[in-house]
Design a protein around this ligand. Sequence first.
Ligand SMILES: [Zn+2]
Length: 64
Amino acid sequence: MTASRTIPLVPSASVHEHAWMTESVHLTSDGRVRYVRCAGCSVRRVDVDAVAVAPPTALTREIG
Ligand SMILES: [Zn+2]
């Protein structure tokens, strides 16, 4: 009698690359907290973006 081996049909979470979609965003003192969900397997995660370092925006036209 031979031992049969079965291959699990349900892929584990590590099998696919999550496709994160942002569900909601909250600004905090630590940065922007984003609640994301994978479009493929519906797993959720909380991400934080460091405080945004946006390039300066010109308030006036160049002078001089
Ligand atoms: Zn996923």
